[in-house]
Design a protein around this ligand. Structure first.
Ligand SMILES: *Cc1c(COP(=O)(O)O)cnc(C)c1O
Length: 458
């Protein structure tokens, strides 16, 4: 163990401090004793170099999109331009209770984003309150329910969700109090229209769809699906978390969707590993606009920093290059898919959009998708999404995004071929990987069920 791998609590020495203040600062006295802690906070007492080294070393034990290629399917881990951070840092000091006359620039950002997203998606208007994709789903479903209720149509309590959907879709529907009805996919990975037809009726609030779906496939029957669902009085919800491949190519509004969310923190940049921060604005078509100010799902105006980064991203790409983002993300995914299909099982052959799914190695032997994912870390690549979607047993879901160079994609392809060879020649190397990361292979179940997340002093 390196000496600086010690926990900061272990470096702590009584009375040591990382700052010095004038002595009178210590004479501060509270107006009322009742708010004072009875015992001092149990914080590590360390010097400034200890603090700096602690955080710098921690940051180097992690993997991020600024460290290397991060092809995590269904998550869009794209490179985030640093100018966005620069711009956001200028707004650190604003407060939501500031007088409106001092925040006109902020209002201009919201107005611009409403117009830009409406143009990109074919929706009429957006609310920027939701702070994540799943939060947007819940908001959108609340709008759908409100729409039916406001028309006295209270029997619509069911929502249709394809079996390929992202897990948040059925979860959001359940939180919204809707009953989930599953529609099956065909062997080619698209929603089975014949399976959908008998599900439709006066109890259907709508359908939630992702297009391209979670397998990265464009739902070609979307026009027919829209007609069928609208025909039974239901609405169409679009999960636009990963809209990259459609940017400037197709608009959900034109496909017949009534309500949708975007994940600004995926499609329009913002570093979002580890669960935040996010923004999941919800757009609606003309017939739902009057309901848009109803759901108050967060305080004030949502996650302004993420909205501003998206604004900077859209403006710096501009109308023409945004179209290129969609096409490049699709090209990159198909390039990797075609380059690796000799080594990995490709259950669905067709042209994909921004992502695709392998079903493990062709010549796997004892080697699983988990082993491949762990071995990739040794080569400096983050693993793709694994064991999702649930339609395949050894799923490896790869999304390269539009921000990687051809050289990086080629390096990744080479390494994946190398790992496929290792799987046959030296399977133990994969079974015991990773070998050169700060932590090797923890017991997955214990790590998930009994994570040790805090230090307890003996
Ligand atoms: C990421 C994702 C979501 C959820 O977004 P969060 O911001 O993580 O809540 C929903 N649907 C799809 C298709 C996604 O990829």
């Amino acid at each position: 163990m390196r000496y600086y791998d010690k926990l900061i609590f272990e470096l702590s020495r009584p009375g040591r401090s990382a700052f010095s203040l004038p002595s009178e600062a210590g004479s501060f006295k509270p107006t009322s004793g009742s708010i004072w802690r009875e015992t001092p906070l149990d914080l590590p007492e360390v010097s400034e170099p200890d603090v700096v080294r602690h955080y710098t070393n921690l940051s180097q034990m992690n993997f991020g999109v600024d460290t290397g290629f991060y092809p995590l399917g269904s998550c869009t881990m794209k490179y985030n331009p640093k100018i966005n951070e620069e711009i956001v840092s200028q707004f650190n000091g604003i407060h939501p209770l500031q007088p409106a006359s001092t925040t006109e620039g902020v209002k201009a950002v919201y107005d611009f984003m409403d117009k830009a997203l409406a143009e990109i998606t074919g929706m009429k208007h957006f609310t920027f309150l939701p702070c994540a994709g799943a939060h947007g789903e819940l908001t959108g479903l609340m709008l759908i329910r409100e729409y039916h209720m406001s028309r006295g149509d209270s029997a619509r309590t069911k929502i249709i969700v394809p079996d390929s959907a992202h897990g948040t879709n059925p979860a959001s529907a359940a939180v919204c109090g809707l009953d989930v009805v599953v529609v099956k996919s065909r062997p080619d990975g698209l929603v089975d229209v014949e399976d959908l037809k008998p599900l439709l009726g006066p109890d259907i609030a709508g359908i939630m769809m992702t297009n391209p779906n979670t397998l990265g496939l464009f739902e070609r029957d979307i026009k027919e699906i829209a007609e069928l669902v609208h025909g039974c009085g239901g609405l169409l919800y679009y999960d636009g978390a990963n809209m990259n491949p459609l940017l400037g190519v197709v608009r959900p509004g034109d496909m017949g969707f009534d309500v949708m969310h975007l994940n600004l923190h995926k499609t329009f940049s913002t570093p979002h590993g580890g669960g935040g921060p996010g923004s999941g604005p919800v757009g609606v078509s003309e017939r739902l606009v009057h309901l848009l100010d109803k759901p108050r799902v967060s305080g004030f105006h949502g996650n302004f920093g993420v909205i501003l980064r998206a604004c900077a991203y859209i403006l710096s790409l501009g109308r023409e290059n945004i179209k290129l983002a969609g096409r490049l993300s699709t090209l990159a995914a198909n390039y990797i898919k075609e380059s690796l299909k000799d080594s990995f099982k490709l259950p669905i052959e067709s042209v994909c959009k921004h992502e695709f799914v392998f079903d493990g190695l062709r010549e796997a032997g004892e080697v699983t998708t988990l082993d491949v994912a762990k071995r990739l870390l040794d080569y400096g690549f983050h693993a793709p999404t694994i064991y999702f979607p649930l339609l395949f047993h050894q799923a490896l879901m790869i999304e390269p995004t539009e921000t990687e160079s051809l050289q990086t994609l080629d390096e990744f392809i080479d390494v994946m071929h190398t790992i496929a060879k290792e799987a046959s020649a030296t399977p133990d190397l994969l079974k015991t990987a990773p070998h050169n990361t700060p932590i090797g292979r923890p017991d997955e179940t214990t790590a998930a069920r009994q994570p040790v997340l805090k230090y307890s002093r003996q």
